[in-house]
Design a protein around this ligand. Structure first.
Ligand code: SAM
Length: 285
């Protein structure tokens, strides 16, 4: 049975494409909440600093409300949309625009190398809320193709993305984001700016990617397996969380050589301290 919220929100969204009215039944499974507030679209465009010569990869263009404004900057836009119905609308809407390239694909399977870009691109999207974290995690380590990521995500996730060490919002994703980028919440977007209206407000966030030289010296697979293990049981001390995944003797060696107190909680440990701990764990081999 549909909830009261769903009865209110699951209605066709009415839009005008090139002056012609159309109706789209939004798919909840694809996180389809379309941005209808033109002031917000303009605010996004003023933050992303694009112009002729810029390259944009847009995730989930939907019915093209943001795409239209992105194209007006003169940027080349590669739009990746999973919903064939929307691809048909977009093809119609932007036919004849030489700067618009549409791919009907799942962004989680899509490889940026397919685009043969001759310079770094900006990734932009009002992300489907159900796979926002996965999309961010996939593209953050791709500084060889991207210089910056701008995304609209649920407010709660935005707070976790930007939160630094020591707060109750800090999670393994916060450390992942800070390792690969400089994150910033640019502004909040009220839920009423979308159709259907989602249950929560959103934020527009920028993630400026760090250059890969320092990053490439770190064993990221091991670093993030330590961080994930630490946050898996965030109420426990660091040692107790990690001993379920790592050898107890090696852990003791790593704690004593890094000088990190093993009874600290995972959210109080900085990224540099996690890197130290990982290096000491490697030395213990
Ligand atoms: N950009 C549009 C806007 O601002 O109105 C639509 C945003 S809507 C929140 C998310 C969009 O992402 C939808 O068009 C949806 O079909 C698309 N989408 C959902 N999952 C996707 C995926 N895995 N790969 C590509 N597009 C996806």
């Amino acid at each position: 049975m549909l909830s009261r919220h769903e009865r209110f929100t699951r209605r066709p969204v009415r839009l005008k494409i090139c002056g012609c009215p159309i109706e789209v039944m939004p798919k909840k499974s694809l996180g389809q909440n379309f941005l209808i507030d033109k002031n917000i679209t303009s605010k996004i465009i003023s933050c992303v600093c694009l112009g002729p010569g810029s390259i944009v990869v847009e995730v989930g263009p939907g019915t093209g409300a943001l795409t239209e404004k992105l194209l007006q900057t003169g940027a080349v836009v590669y739009a990746i949309e999973i919903d064939k119905r929307l691809c048909n609308i977009l093809e119609d809407k932007f036919k004849g625009n030489n700067n618009f390239f549409l791919k009907h694909a799942d962004i989680l399977d899509f490889k940026l190398s397919e685009l043969n870009l001759n310079k770094k691109a900006t990734l932009i999207g009002n992300l489907p809320f159900n796979v926002s974290s996965q999309i961010i995690a996939k593209f953050l380590p791709q500084s060889e193709y991207l210089n910056e990521i701008f995304v609209t995500v649920q407010k709660e996730l935005a707070i976790r993305l930007v939160s630094s060490v020591g707060t109750r919002d800090t999670g393994s994703i916060s450390l992942f984001v800070h390792f690969y980028s400089k994150p910033k919440i640019l502004f909040t977007i009220k839920r009423t700016c979308f159709r259907p209206v989602p249950k929560v407000d959103a934020c527009f966030v920028s993630l400026k990617l760090k250059s890969s030289s320092k990053i490439s010296q770190v064993d990221t697979q091991m670093l993030f397996s330590i961080i994930r293990a630490a946050f898996n049981q965030r109420r426990k001390t660091l040692y107790n969380s990690l001993k379920t995944s790592f050898d107890a003797q090696k852990l003791k060696f790593a704690f004593s050589h890094s000088g990190i107190d093993q009874i600290r909680r995972p959210e109080t440990i900085s990224l540099d301290e996690y890197i130290d701990l990982m290096n000491c764990l490697k030395q213990s081999d």
